[in-house]
Structures are given as structure tokens and as C-alpha cells.
Write a protein that binds this ligand. Sequence first.
Ligand code: HEM
Length: 402
Amino acid sequence: MNIMAQIAIPDHVDPDHVVDFDFYNDPRYAPDVHEGIAKIVAESPPVFWTPRYGGHWIIAGHAAIFQVVRDTETFSSAKMGIPAPEQEFKQVPINSDPPEHAQYRGPLNKVFSPKAMMAIQDEVRALAADLIEKVRADGHCDFAHAVAEPLPVSIFLKMMGLPLDMLPQYRRWVGEILISNDVQVRGRASGEVIASMSEIIQARMIERRNDIISTLLDTPIDGREVTFEEMQSFCLLLFIAGLDTVMNGMSFGVRHLAKDPALQAELRANPARITDAMEELLRRYTFTMPGRIIARDHEAFGVRFKAGERVLIMLPAADLDAREFPDPLKFDMDRENKVHIAFNSGPHRCAGSHLARIELRILYEEWLKRMPEFRLDPDKPAKFHGGHVIGVDSLPLVWDPS
Ligand code: HEM
């Protein structure tokens, strides 16, 4: 079967619950991905089916998403990719369901604890300052490449104990895994990452260092030693999660600020509000859409799910659902409801959220403190991509250098 082709609507799917939606390249994503998502959620039922990529379900309503992410017996994380990969590489804890999930999540809660993450604040701030000072006198930069990519990615590589000079190659692999909807490209890149991580794991098995891989090797799982395969599985997930996500958050946030000089001025005058701004930016520009697989035939939300069907959890749609967040496209730091789902909810809630929040807050603080008023480059529009992680490929900015 050509997985790109649209398939016929199966008998158990009610045509009223069918919406043609291509989460990699939907035409409604242009000119603005999140405005497109808000339109899709406003026009569609909270749960719908699309004939794209072999056919799959989409959970788009706020209430439906909160229900689905907690019902792990029906909506399993054992298989998540859409289209279905040719070979599934198990990543823990993300591909394990409760109760197994807890044994893999425990070690990550330890390495990414709030206390451990507070300890790297000075390092994040120093690198942010350095990267910003490199572009400040130029009057322009591609923020995505000059700051958003090197800042969190270098910090993450150092924490993991991975070589910094591999950054460009690592980023190419992550791009192929996350942006491509070609299962062969994704499978090949995942294999390359596993091979590369295996070499580092083997080196740390011989000689420990002060890094996450060494700590995980020394952290028992359910009272026994972690296996080599489990280490590969941890490392593949951390690699994908750590080398991409935060940079997109930074670019979406700074793009918003570039379009709103009054907000820039307000936050410069009152930096204590940057945390509130950061949370509202995470809501307004929620950018991940994890997958699930139906573990058993099940009826809910007026539809019939069949075991083996794939499901896309459209987290940005929950955060742009007007039933939950009135006037959802408006940026409003004083919203009554501040509980967004950018890091998901339930057992798989992001393990790296403390790290991500520290990096985002420090970036906004340093950028606003060091830069004059900045705006989008009128001649070079920003570029984006869709997929399981919606991302910013380039963000050209301009300012009047002082
Ligand atoms: C702004 C940045 C980030 C966002 C928006 C984000 C978002 C998410 C989301 C939505 C999930 C849940 C996936 C699911 O339900 O299947 C998740 C899980 C996870 N994230 Fe993040 N993430 C970010 C940064 C990071 C970073 C920096 C790391 C680590 C270096 C990380 C590590 C993880 C891990 C290990 C999981 C799996 C947790 C589990 O299955 O128990 N994330 N993230």
C-alpha cells in the first residue's frame, strides 16, 4: 500500500466523523500553522478520522484529549508513529504503558529533577548571552539557526555526554526522524542514531563520566541492573526529545515577540512577567502531536475505534479550543485558565519540562535585556514544517543595531 495515498472510509467509520487532514503538510497550515489548527478545531468534531497515511484518528477537542491521555488501556503508547513505521524501535518510557511505564520513568525523573535542572541555570545563561552577543551588532539574524538551535542542543549534548562537534550530523538525523513522512528515511535515521548511541553507551560501560548516560547506567530498574537494550531505548528517546523540541518553543515565542513591540516593551520594563508570558506562549504555540495505537475495540465520543488503528493527539488543538480558552488566538498573560497541555498530561507528561522551562525563561530574559526592539524581516518570511513536532525552519529577524 502506498502510505501517502488516501484510503477509502472503512465501514465502522461514520462519514460525519471524517475530515481530510494531513498533519505533515495540511494546506490550512499556510500562512500560519497555529491559525490553521484553530480553524481545523473550530470546524471539526472533537474526534475525527482522516484518510491520510493509511487512515488514522485525530483527537482534537480539549476534553477528549484529557480523557484519551489518561485511558492508557485503550489508547496505548506502544506504537506511536504515523504513518506506521516499517520497523518499530522501542523507546522508553514513551513506548511503555502503565504499570510498566513507571519503572522506566523513575530514572528520568531523577536525572531531570527540578533540583538537577536548577544547577545548570548559570551555564544556560552564559551560553545564551554569548550567542546573542555574536549577532547583536549585525542588525539581523536567522534566530532559528543562530540562537534557538545551538542553545538548547549544546546544553543537552553536554548533559548527555555526547560530542559537540557531532551537532550538525545529529540535527540531520533528528530532522529525518521528525519531519519526514517517508518511513524508510525515518527508519534509516533511527538506525543511525541507535548505532551512534550504542558506541557511547559501550564507552560509558567501560568508564563512567559525569553525564546522564553514566547516571542511567548506575540507576537500577526495579531493583536490577539496566540492560544494554534498555539503555539504547532510553538514549534514542532522549536524543529525539532533547535535540529538537525546545528550539521550536524558542522560535515560536520570539516570533510572537517580534510581531508585538508593545509586549517586548512591557516585558523589558517588568521582567518578572516573563514567566507568565512564557506559559501563555507555550499555550498559544503548543507544537507537539504525539501518537497512540488502539489496544482494544472501543466506543467513545460517538465513534468506534478498532484495535490496531493509529491515533494522533493534536495537543495544539486542545490549547486553541475556544470552549476552554476564549478567543484562543489572542495572547493574554492574564487568562483565567492558565493550565495548558503543551507538555501533555497523564503518565507520559514531559520528563524534560523543568529543563525546557528554564531554557525558555532564560532565553527570553537575556534576549529582551540585550536586544533593542526587533521585528520580523519583511523580505524573508519565516519557514515552518508540520508533523509530530511542528517546527520552525528559519526565523529571519531585523533590528536597528545601537
Ligand atoms: C518545550 C519543549 C518540550 C515540549 C513542548 C515537550 C513536549 C512533550 C510532550 C507533549 C510529551 C508527551 C508525549 C506523549 O504523550 O506521548 C513529552 C514527553 C517526553 N519528553 Fe518532552 N517536551 C519538551 C522538551 C523536552 C526535553 C528538553 C526533554 C529531555 C531532554 C524531553 C524529554 C521527554 C521525555 C523523556 C518524554 C517521555 C515521557 C514519558 O513517556 O513518560 N522533553 N514531551
